[in-house]
Design a protein around this ligand. Structure first.
Ligand code: NAP
Length: 278
């Protein structure tokens, strides 16, 4: 059994991006919009700003009050979209209610949409056109590629149908000629699908949701889920037992999570070189 070491792979990717950013020979600015004071968001933002520093780019935080209106957020997004000195825009989720988060994501220019959440980015991905791709799905494919795990003709059981994980990942997988079954909370007899799968990708958010009796011998298991139990981050997969049966498996933490972060900056580089330097 091989552990898919997302931490190691993401470090390599970030190291490579550092020299790529340097070779652009210009100031790069990555804007983060944070509304309110969600504690977890604060930690994620601190980490992203630290990564910016390590990569030699400027991370610029726009921290707005909890009672900021959606119109005010949209105004800021428009300002950043039009600012030629800003190369990438990320809106830290969740935004406080009643702000419509999806509407805000959709207002980020596709040229700076490092999250790949706008309708243009998501639509282009669905149509098989070039686009900036949602970071977690892109990170999973990049990790599988790194370990030379071939997807063509493979049966993939994907447990998630959200806009940020399941749907973009489905599109990336079929592009690679995998046969994908997309499962969700209304799927009957989930284990009938997981047991048949060469690759199981679980993004449910329930600890120990995937048990060893649900996977076949030699399968690949990708654990996207994040739950916090007694201050510890754990995934969907009962790692100790499931890993006895798998050929490859991601740990939590240290699997998909770090890949997601690396892909934000990979998208920033793509945004600059493919959409802005034209
Ligand atoms: P979400 O929108 O809540 O999606 C959860 C998915 O799980 C939904 O499609 C849901 O089905 C399905 N589900 C729930 N209970 C189920 C059950 N009993 N059987 C089968 N499917 C079930 O959440 P999300 O934003 O996509 O994130 C999913 C998980 O991934 C969370 O734990 C999140 O923290 C984690 N995540 C991790 C990263 C990372 O970088 N590692 C990035 C993003 C998300 P329905 O559609 O029917 O509700």
């Amino acid at each position: 059994m091989t552990i898919l070491d997302g931490k190691k792979v993401s470090n390599e990717i970030l190291e490579d991006l550092k020299s790529k950013f340097a070779s652009l020979n210009k100031k790069i600015t990555f804007a983060i919009i944070w509304v309110g004071n969600n504690e977890a968001s604060g930690i994620y933002i601190k980490n992203k700003l630290k990564k910016c520093e390590e990569l030699g780019i400027e991370g610029k935080l726009y921290h707005l009050e909890e009672d900021t209106t959606e119109e005010e957020v949209l105004e800021l997004i428009a300002k950043l979209n039009n600012d030629n000195n800003v190369n990438g825009i990320l809106i830290q989720s969740p935004l406080p209610k009643p702000i419509n988060e999806v509407n805000c994501f959709n207002h980020v220019s596709y040229k700076k949409d490092v999250d790949g959440f706008s309708n243009i980015s998501a639509g282009n991905l669905t149509l098989g056109n070039p686009s900036l791709i949602s970071c977690t799905p892109k990170g999973i494919i990049t990790l599988l590629d790194y370990y030379h795990i071939n997807l063509e003709g493979k049966n993939v059981c994907l447990i998630n149908r959200s806009n940020i994980v399941g749907k973009p990942l489905f599109n990336l997988l079929i592009k690679r000629n995998a046969t994908v079954t997309m499962c969700h909370s209304k799927t009957n007899n989930l284990e009938d699908f997981t047991k048949e799968a060469d690759i199981v990708i679980s993004a449910v958010g329930r600890p120990k949701f995937i048990t060893s009796d649900m996977v076949k011998e030699g399968s690949v298991v990708i654990d996207v889920g994040i739950s916090r139990v007694n201050g510890k981050v754990i995934g969907d997969v009962d790692f100790a037992s499931v890993s006895q049966k798998t050929s490859y498996i991601t740990p939590v933490p240290g699997g998909v999570g770090p890949m997601t972060i690396a892909m934000i900056f990979s998208n920033l580089y793509e945004a600059i070189t493919k959409y802005q330097d034209k």
